[in-house]
Design a protein around this ligand. Structure first.
Ligand code: IMP
Ligand code: MG
Length: 176
């Protein structure tokens, strides 16, 4: 899908995002009641959010990454998801939290969750910076959501368009 390179207004500032990460961190601490957690970030988009979230969690924490990509022609996903980089560690019996940048159609995450569930962790939850529920196709929901957004193509804070804009220290969107 071709996008303009016109960057819109700021939707969420770094300060707002950090504050939200702190709230979610407190929620996670409460929900897991002192048990260790195993954070799995999805490359590459989730790294900036993951850095905030991991600092906000007081529990004993392991950090790992996966890279999954869903194949499709142009703007439509076929639902075929490939794991391009697998975990380094063993998640058997652990409390896994997948850290995602955005849940859009949900296709990638649905497959990733099933793929990880096969390894029999103790639990799996999903923590996403952004949620675009109006675009959902797959039957999947995040457990911890930074912010819900309308149907905009967002950039910054890890999110890219054509590999650009990931370094913006805030979330914005591309016009039309
Ligand atoms: P899904 O499988 O459709 O949920 O696709 C999720 C992936 O598509 C995300 O992890 C992002 O990498 C990418 N994506 C979806 N919406 C946006 C957006 O608005 N901006 C940047 N990337 C997006
Ligand atoms: Mg992604």
């Amino acid at each position: 899908m071709e996008k303009s390179n016109i960057v819109g207004n700021i939707l969420f500032t770094e300060e707002q995002i950090r504050q939200r990460a702190a709230e979610i961190g407190r929620q996670i601490a409460e929900d897991y009641a002192g048990e260790p957690v195993y954070l799995i970030g999805t490359l590459r988009g989730a790294v900036v959010w993951m850095a905030d979230i991991m600092k906000a969690i007081p529990n004993e924490t392991e950090v790992d990454f996966v890279m999954a990509s869903s194949y499709g022609s142009g703007t439509t996903t076929t639902g075929v998801v490939k794991i391009k980089k697998d975990l380094e560690g063993d998640i058997y019996g652990k409390n896994v939290i997948i850290i995602e940048d955005i849940v859009d159609t949900g296709t990638t995450l649905k497959h990733l969750k099933a793929y990880l569930a096969d390894r029999n962790p103790k639990s799996i939850r999903i923590c996403t910076l952004l949620d675009k529920p109006s675009r959902r196709i797959a039957d999947i929901q995040a457990d911890y959501i930074g912010f819900e957004i309308e149907n905009l193509f967002v950039i910054g804070y890890g999110l890219d368009y054509d590999q650009k804009y990931r370094n913006l220290p805030y979330i914005s969107y591309l016009e039309g």
